[in-house]
Design a protein around this ligand. Structure first.
Ligand code: PLP
Length: 401
C-alpha cells in the first residue's frame, strides 16, 4: 500500500520526532546506496541478466556484479571467487551448515558444535540437520556470555564436521574471540563457520589471515538493502564436496542458483564500502554514546546490565530493571524504538534463550531491553533517552509498585 503525499508528509513529521535505537534489528538504507541502486532497474540503466553474457546488456550486468564482488573481497580480505551472493544472512548460514552437513548423512556419530547463544538462523538449521542424524553439541557460556575455549577445544573430536560460533551476539553484544576459535579449529582440522551479521561493517576483517572457513552476513545491518547477503567460503575450489541448497542455472559456481539481483549486489557493495570508510571513527563515536547512556542510567535503583560492558560490542547494550516488566516500560516510551530481544522473536511471546543462558530467571528476562546504536544516533538522542528512562522508571515505580 502506498501512502498519499499528504499522508507521507505527516508520517515523516511523526517519524522525525521518534528516536531509533534498534539498529541491531535493521538499519535504514544509506541515501548514497539507494542512489547507486537506482541505476540498475529500468531501460535507462543496467537491467540485464548477468548470465546473458552474449550481449552488452548482460555483459554490463555481469561486470557490475564482478566489480561488487572484487570490492567486497578487498574489504574483507578474501579472494573474489570466495564471495557467494545470497538473499540474507539466514540463507548464508543455512548454506554453510547444510552444505557441509548433507555430506555426512550416511555416517554415524558426526557432530556439529555450536553455542547456546547463536541466532535462530544457526540454532534452527542445527535442529533441522539433527533430525537428519547429525549430533549437535552446544557449548555453554558464562554468566557474561563468553564461551570457554578450553571446553570448546576438548569437545572437538575427529567426528566434528563443523564448528559454528557467532562473532557478536545480537541480543547482548558479547564478542567471541573468533581468531582463537579459528586457531583451535585449524589445529583440530575441522571447519569453522562464523555468523558475522552483527560485525561486518562495524569491525575490520582480514580473512586471508584468519582461520575461518565460512562467514555469513547481510547488508541490512550496515545501511544496505534488505534481501541480500553473502557467504564467504575459504578456498572454495578445494571444497568440492560442499553442497548447494538451490539447484537451477548454476550461478555462483553452482552453489546458489537463481538470477543474480544486480541492484541488491550493488547495494551491499556500496553499503560495505561506505561503512568500511568510517569504521574507526564510528566505533569510537558509538563507544562514547554507549558509555554516556550507561553512565546516565547506571544509578537508577534496580538496574542491571546483561553481559559485560568491557567484553561487548559498543553497538549493543542490554539492560534490565528489577520488578519492571519490559512491555510496560516500552509502552511508556513509545517515541523511542527499543526492543525486548532480537527482532525475529519480538512479536512472539517467548523468553530470550540468550538471557536464559546467562542464568537470568524468567522475571529478570521479562524486565530486560536491548538498545542498539547506529550511524544516525546523536548525543542529543542519548541525552533524551537518559532523561526519559530516569523519569519513566520513577513514574512506573510510583504507579505500579
Ligand atoms: N545472525 C544474527 C546474529 C542476526 O542478528 C541476524 C538478524 O538479526 C541474522 C543472523 C539473520 O539475518 P538476516 O535478517 O539477514 O537473515
Amino acid at each position: 500500500m502506498f501512502l498519499k503525499t499528504s499522508k507521507l508528509k505527516l508520517y515523516n513529521k511523526i517519524m522525525k520526532k521518534l528516536i531509533y535505537l534498534d539498529y541491531a534489528s535493521t538499519t535504514p538504507v544509506d541515501q548514497q546506496v539507494l542512489k547507486e541502486m537506482k541505476n540498475f532497474f529500468t531501460i535507462k540503466g543496467i537491467f540485464g541478466n548477468p548470465s546473458s553474457y552474449l550481449h552488452l546488456f548482460g555483459i554490463n550486468a555481469k561486470n557490475t556484479v564482478e566489480n561488487a564482488r572484487i570490492n567486497i573481497s578487498n574489504i574483507i580480505g578474501s579472494k573474489k571467487e570466495e564471495i557467494i551472493f545470497t538473499s540474507s544472512a539466514t540463507e548464508s548460514i543455512n548454506l554453510a551448515i547444510k552444505g557441509i552437513a548433507f555430506n555426512y548423512l550416511n555416517y554415524k556419530n558426526k557432530n556439529i558444535i555450536t553455542s547456546m547463544m547463536e541466532h535462530k538462523a544457526v540454532l534452527e538449521t542445527c535442529n533441522f540437520v539433527k533430525k537428519l542424524g547429525i549430533k549437535i553439541i552446544y557449548i555453554k557460556n558464562s554468566h557474561i556470555g563468553k564461551i570457554d575455549l578450553n571446553i570448546l577445544e576438548k569437545k572437538i573430536t575427529n567426528e566434528t564436521i563443523l564448528v559454528s560460533i557467532m562473532h557478536i551476539n545480537n541480543e547482548i553484544g558479547t564478542i567471541n574471540d573468533i581468531n582463537r576459535i579459528g586457531c583451535i579449529c585449524k589445529k583440530k582440522n575441522t571447519f569453522f563457520h562464523v555468523d558475522a551479521t552483527q560485525s561486518v561493517g562495524k569491525y575490520s576483517f582480514n580473512l586471508k589471515n584468519m582461520n575461518i572457513d565460512f562467514l555469513s552476513f547481510s547488508a541490512h545491518k550496515f545501511y544496505g538493502p534488505k534481501g541480500i547477503g553473502v557467504l564467504y567460503i575459504k578456498n572454495i575450489k578445494k571444497k568440492t564436496n560442499f553442497l548447494p541448497l538451490l539447484h537451477g542455472g548454476g550461478q555462483e559456481n553452482g552453489l546458489r542458483s537463481g538470477t543474480l539481483a544486480v541492484h541488491q549486489i550493488v547495494g551491499i557493495s556500496t553499503a560495505l564500502k561506505i561503512a568500511n570508510s568510517i569504521i574507526k571513527q564510528e566505533k569510537k563515536r558509538i563507544s562514547c554514546l554507549k558509555k554516556k547512556l550507561w553512565d546516565g542510567i547506571k544509578n537508577i535503583p534496580g538496574i542491571y546490565l546483561n553481559g559485560n560492558f568491557k567484553y561487548s560490542s559498543p553497538y549493543i547494550i542490554n539492560i534490565g530493571f528489577k520488578n519492571i516488566f519490559n512491555k510496560i516500560l516500552l509502552s511508556e516510551m513509545k517515541n523511542i524504538a527499543i526492543s525486548t530481544s532480537s527482532a525475529c522473536n519480538s512479536n512472539k511471546y517467548y523468553l530470550s534463550y540468550v538471557l536464559k543462558s546467562l542464568g537470568l530467571n524468567d522475571k529478570l528476562i521479562q524486565s530486560s531491553i536491548r538498545i542498539s546504536f547506529g550511524k544516525f544516533t546523536t548525543e542529543k538522542e542519548i541525552d533524551y533517552t537518559i532523561k526519559k528512562l530516569n523519569f519513566i522508571i520513577k513514574k512506573i515505580k510510583t504507579k505500579y509498585l
